[in-house]
Design a protein around this ligand. Structure first.
Ligand code: G3P
Length: 226
């Protein structure tokens, strides 16, 4: 499944609102809005829902994490092969809620690339984002941890973090796409992020826990197609 930019990537996290059937319905809504507005929107469901969601919708599906272990005797690990087989086209790595050692991030990026899976590596600061970009992921997503789930967007509260991340990352890794996230709840948060140089957003509670996710997604899409 092709990913284009600007990208709206919706992380389902482990919210009950996006588990199982509810996650499928949300993915169908995301697909409809994405088509209607011509904006690339992707979802990152929980592992157990990847197969089902990938079968039901034609939008890019990401996993929220994976492990670099090869197939074989590695009980309990989530191999890139299993993610690919389930129908995902990429993965998040090193999310603030699932941090990894740098060598594990490097191995995970390599293994994913070998299998044709996209990688979106999260970073909590511009400096970490710059460092991780040199490991050659497809995307780096900057998320100030204190704003995650706060409803106060990175683009309003910390625009300088987006600007400096884009500058710092592009100076060493020009082909790496820079996304940002944390606290994004409305269209203006998305359009400001783009104005600041971001190539997409990573969003969770603003969509998953919204009373009317469709309304929010339309607001995001409108802000990008203006
Ligand atoms: O992965 C996205 C994320 O950490 C941001 O969460 O709830 O602030 O949109 P949220």
């Amino acid at each position: 499944m092709k990913v284009s930019y600007p990208l709206v990537l919706i992380n389902y996290k482990t919210y009950l609102e996006s588990l199982g059937n509810r996650g499928v319905l949300l993915a169908k809504t995301v697909e409809r809005i994405s088509r209607e507005y011509g904006v690339c929107m992707a979802v990152a469901p929980q592992f157990v829902d990847i197969t089902r969601i990938s079968k039901e919708v034609s939008i890019p599906v990401f996993s929220q994490h994976l492990d670099p272990e090869p197939p074989g005797s590695h009980t309990g690990h989530i191999t890139p092969e299993s993610i690919k087989e389930a129908g995902a086209c990429g993965t998040l790595l090193n999310h603030s809620e699932r941090r990894l050692r740098a060598d594990i991030i490097e191995d995970s990026i390599k293994r994913s690339r070998e299998l044709g899976l996209l990688t979106c590596v999260c970073a909590n600061t511009s400096i970490i984002g710059k460092a991780l970009s040199t490991l050659n992921p497809d995307m780096v997503a900057i998320e100030p941890p204190e704003l995650i789930g706060s409803g106060i967007s990175v683009s309003k509260a910390k625009p300088e973090v987006i600007r400096s991340s884009v500058e710092m990352i592009k100076s060493v890794s020009p082909s790496v796409r820079v996304l940002c996230g944390a606290g994004i709840t409305e269209g203006i948060d998305v359009s400001r992020a783009i104005e600041l140089g971001s190539e997409g957003v990573l969003v969770a509670s603003g969509v998953v826990k919204a009373k009317d996710p469709e309304k929010i997604l339309k607001d995001f899409a409108n802000s990008l197609s203006r």
